[in-house]
Design a protein around this ligand. Structure first.
Ligand SMILES: Cc1cc2nc3c(=O)[nH]c(=O)nc-3n(C[C@H](O)[C@H](O)[C@H](O)COP(=O)(O)O)c2cc1C
Length: 309
């Protein structure tokens, strides 16, 4: 199911969420071959960083909690990856983060020169006290980062938002005003905590972590709904999407593309082909298209009438 996003042709409307599978060309190519229209790279930071100590990821059954902690070789130490990616025949979304506007700008300028197809600003990670969410919870700081980065890059800019923002619609609008070309919603929810009652201690070494997977889907759907109401730029909707029906739901909230992260763990790397097939089957069964159902949930038909359809 071909689609266009910010002027680029994508083989499918599905996006690999950042951080779930890393940055090697081999793995990004494999997800693309398995039905992912737009693979996103793991967030690239301003300096080498190990991330947090194990345990960093716990499977909770209906989702995961993680505090991986933004490990990165640092933007200056990825020449091997960029050289490999230079002759790719698939699009790539490069995710970046920084601890200040200046750091975001430095990383963005360098990464833009390596010619990814899009740059995604991670202003939303809950697992670092110095990075990510501290920008994305506030419309003004979100706008400042977006506007500064926009000036130094040559590729379309996607702002990735956190559900922890008090008003995610206001944050999205600020990003649009700052020059963002699209919004990605959402990063992990929370942060949450899991305590092992026998040891009487939090299980994650970092103690708290971001929630992902099916348990956060209603939060993601609500966030995409709020963002769609506030902006005119396209939205990548993600958070708990595991099946074609989930994809339909977040498209009805307003998403143009659909991201998949944690579901790779539950359904394997072929999850993209599976979700594409399920989405296509649902659309065919209902004799409709993605364009027709996008934002459908914003209609004002009374509930009693809607049920009849
Ligand atoms: C283990 C793990 C690592 C992640 N790393 C990143 C990251 O580096 N950058 C980022 O923007 N989001 C990161 N995320 C968040 C995902 O990209 C995604 O926004 C979130 O997990 C919700 O989608 P999902 O429920 O489909 O997983 C990570 C998520 C997980 C589970």
């Amino acid at each position: 199911m071909q689609t266009k996003f910010l002027g680029k042709a994508l083989s499918t409307p599905l996006v690999l969420a950042s951080g779930v599978l890393g940055n090697s060309k081999a793995i990004l190519e494999r997800v693309h071959q398995n039905g992912c229209g737009l693979p996103t790279m793991k967030s690239i930071g301003p300096a080498p960083r190990d991330g947090h100590n194990n345990p960093t990821v716990i499977d909770l059954g209906d989702g995961m909690i993680n505090a991986v902690g933004l490990p990165t070789p640092g933007y200056l130490n990825m020449e091997a990856e960029w050289t490999e990616l230079a002759d790719r025949d698939f699009p790539v979304n490069a995710s970046i983060y920084g601890g200040s506007v200046d750091e975001f700008v430095r990383v963005a300028e360098f990464v833009s020169a390596r010619e990814p197809d899009f740059i995604e600003l991670n202003i939303s990670c809950p697992n670092s006290d110095q990075h990510g969410m501290i920008f994305g919870v506030n419309p003004d700081s979100s706008k400042a980062v977006v506007a500064a980065v926009k000036k130094v890059i040559d590729v379309p800019l996607i702002a990735k938002l956190t559900p922890a923002a008090p008003d995610i619609g206001a944050t999205a609008l600020a990003c649009q005003e700052g020059g963002a070309d699209a919004i990605c919603a959402i990063n992990t929810a929370g942060p949450g905590m899991v305590i092992d009652i026998e040891s009487r201690m939090p299980v994650l070494d970092f103690k708290k972590g971001g929630l992902s997977g099916p348990m956060i889907k209603p939060i993601a759907v609500r966030c995409v709904y709020d963002v769609y109401k506030s902006v005119s730029i396209p939205i990548i909707g993600l958070g708990g999407i595991t099946t074609g029906r989930d994809a339909v739901e977040i498209i009805m909230a307003g998403a143009s593309l659909v991201g998949i992260g944690t579901a790779v763990r539950y359904r394997g790397i072929t999850v993209f082909n599976q979700v594409n097939k399920e989405l296509e089957a649902w659309l065919a069964e209902h004799n409709t298209t993605i364009e027709e159902i996008r934002g459908a949930a914003h209609g004002d038909t009374p509930f009693s009438d809607r049920r009849a359809k």
